[in-house]
Design a protein around this ligand. Structure first.
Ligand SMILES: NC(=O)C1=CN([C@@H]2O[C@H](COP(=O)(O)OP(=O)(O)OC[C@H]3O[C@@H](n4cnc5c(N)ncnc54)[C@H](O)[C@@H]3O)[C@@H](O)[C@H]2O)C=CC1
Ligand SMILES: O=C(O)C(=O)COP(=O)(O)O
Length: 527
């Protein structure tokens, strides 16, 4: 049974997606205080929020069962992503469903600002017929500077062109060619600050974007500039905006978001040149249905073992690529688990080689699985796809991936190599068509072992009778051998034996095996 907490208002259509599942309970409590959330979060497998609930590190650290945080919307600045990643909790959002609504709201705010519609409306409702005071300005032929040309910024650009504005945009990923294709002007941040009559921000709130529009930026702007923020509070320095309006540098501002929300008596709201809405950019029936349905599907997918479509704290994999690489996840996990048992030394470096058909696949998700398998032995089931690379980094293990064309006769070959202070150990595996995963190499030895069950990896001297002695000892322990693989480096030299046994050996039985003089090492691996 999966228990899901819905902590912010989410559209019914999304909740239906959850409630239609037989093994899901939904607790819809949208007014929890931060303390209540902290106290109750440990009962839930999934948490659904919008922008209001703050999913802080203390909340995440108490979330012992939590597997996924779903954000029904785009911005995830209310969620401590680092804390979630460290805890192995995936964060997903719904990036596409509210683009249109946010872009429409931005245009509505820009037009309302230009024609002072909210101010004129209030004045009229108060019984005044004042046509002189509310003379506006046209958008036509004005320059709109868009900072952040992602999904919403792009939609705003097209709409502004429809209003016959000159559109100029700055985005670190915007090229001159792309701008030309879109029929807009490519600019730097400086260009926009200096040339725009209207400036609208559409970046996420990040360390780099916090207060990117500050006193210095306002000083560079044209006199009489209009400012629109329907993205996030904090991108614009509110004190600097206030001063710039009071000093008449800025003619007016349209604000949907502020640093502290909910906002009611902010000094900006006292200025007649400021119009504001209470974070309504995504508040349409359509957007709320879209984002709720998208995020709820992702939550269910993740809880039931499928890949989420919109992960925020790990890379997403398109479904066509996923179907190609998913079969290797299990193999990679098992190779990592097997390899870590071959030494008691601390791993310092892990190299993963992709060969044959694997030499042109997307490697990162397979790598994550190999690293997960490797770390599980010592870190337990707490390690998962989300935090495997983070935990490896924290343990000082460097991870390298490389592609090689030589697959040693296999159609696909995945090799995981681990370097410690004094040794290099490796294991390689393949997916055999129709037969599933196989371990085909352990260090220099060729083998053919199904990576499952109880395995004994025995290093011994290639001498007559060793296998017999081993068999008799295991018989004494009432341990049945299911499969056996043997290989040697040279006749009479070092050799390896890998047995699959029906029951795991206890400590005494293992040390009994180790006492056979031809045996140099015995490792039990439970896959
Ligand atoms: N008011 C509301 O209700 C809503 C607000 N939002 C906000 O809008 C933001 C943008 O949403 P989308 O367009 O969907 O995201 P997006 O990820 O498609 O676009 C963001 C763009 O900002 C650009 N960017 C990042 N750092 C930048 C910088 N320093 N300078 C210039 N550009 C930079 C990125 O390259 C990207 O192209 C969200 O992060 C969210 O905070 C989103 C939906 C509704
Ligand atoms: O999607 C976003 O980033 C938004 O800001 C929308 O916020 P909301 O879900 O309406 O609280």
């Amino acid at each position: 049974m999966f228990h899901i907490l819905v902590a912010d208002p989410i559209s019914k259509e999304g909740l239906d997606v959850l409630q239609q599942k037989p093994n899901v309970t939904v607790t819809d409590e949208t007014n929890l205080s931060p303390d209540e959330l902290e106290n109750r979060i440990n009962q839930f497998d999934a948490l659904l929020v919008r922008s209001q609930t703050k999913v802080t590190r203390p909340v995440i650290e108490k979330a012992s069962q939590l597997k996924i945080i779903g954000r029904a919307g785009v911005g995830v600045d209310n969620i401590d992503l680092d804390a979630a990643t460290e805890q192995g909790i995936i964060v997903v959002n719904a990036p596409n469903g509210n683009t249109n609504s946010a872009a429409e709201h931005t245009m509505a705010m820009m037009m309302a600002l230009s024609r002072q519609i909210p101010q004129a409306h209030v004045s009229l409702k108060n019984g005044k017929w004042d046509r002189k005071k509310y003379v506006g300005v046209e958008l036509k032929n004005k320059t709109l500077g868009i900072i952040g040309l992602g999904r919403i910024g792009t939609e705003v650009a097209y709409r502004a062109k429809g209003q016959h504005m000159n559109v100029m945009a700055y985005d670190p990923f915007l090229t001159e060619e792309k701008a030309e294709q879109m029929g807009i002007e490519y600019g730097t941040l400086e260009d926009i600050l200096q040339k725009a009559d209207y400036i609208t921000v559409h970046t996420p709130l990040l360390k780099e974007t916090r207060h990117m529009i500050n006193a210095d930026a306002f000083a560079k702007m044209k006199d009489g500039v209009h400012i629109i923020n329907c993205a996030r509070g904090g991108i614009i320095d509110e004190e600097a905006l206030y001063n710039s309006i009071v000093n008449e540098k800025v003619a007016g501002a349209a604000i949907d978001v502020l640093e502290e929300e909910p906002f009611q008596d902010h000094q900006l709201l006292e200025l007649p040149q400021v119009i504001a809405t209470p974070h309504l950019g995504a508040s349409t029936v359509e957007a709320q249905e879209n984002v709720a349905i998208d995020v709820c599907h992702d939550v269910i997918s993740h809880l039931t073992g499928d890949m989420a479509k919109n992960p925020v704290n790990m890379p997403s994999v398109p479904s066509d690529i996923l179907s190609q690489i998913e079969p290797y996840f299990h193999l990679a996990d098992k190779l990592g688990m097997f390899l870590i048992h071959l030494t008691e030394e601390v791993p310092e470096e892990v190299n993963i080689y992709y060969s044959g058909e694997l030499s042109d696949v997307k490697m990162a998700p397979i790598t994550r699985n190999a690293v997960k398998g490797l770390l599980k032995r010592h870190l337990g089931s707490h390690v998962n796809d989300v935090n495997a690379l983070y935990l490896a980094d924290r343990k000082g293990i460097t991870i390298h991936e490389s592609r090689t064309s030589t697959a040693k006769g296999f159609t696909n070959l995945l090799t995981v190599e681990m370097k410690t202070k004094s040794s290099v150990r490796s294991v390689a595996g393949t997916l055999l068509n129709g037969l599933g995963p196989r371990i085909v190499r352990v260090d220099q030895y060729s083998v053919d072992v199904m990576p499952e069950g109880h395995l004994l990896v025995i290093h011994h001297q290639d001498l007559p009778g060793v296998i017999g002695k081993m068999g008799s000892l295991l018989a004494q322990y009432q341990i049945n051998i299911a499969t056996m693989q043997v290989d040697r480096s040279d006749v009479g030299g070092k050799a390896i034996m890998i047995l699959t046994v029906d029951k795991f050996l206890d400590k005494e039985e293992l040390s009994g095996l180790k006492q056979l003089e031809e045996i140099s090492d015995v490792t039990a691996v439970d896959l």
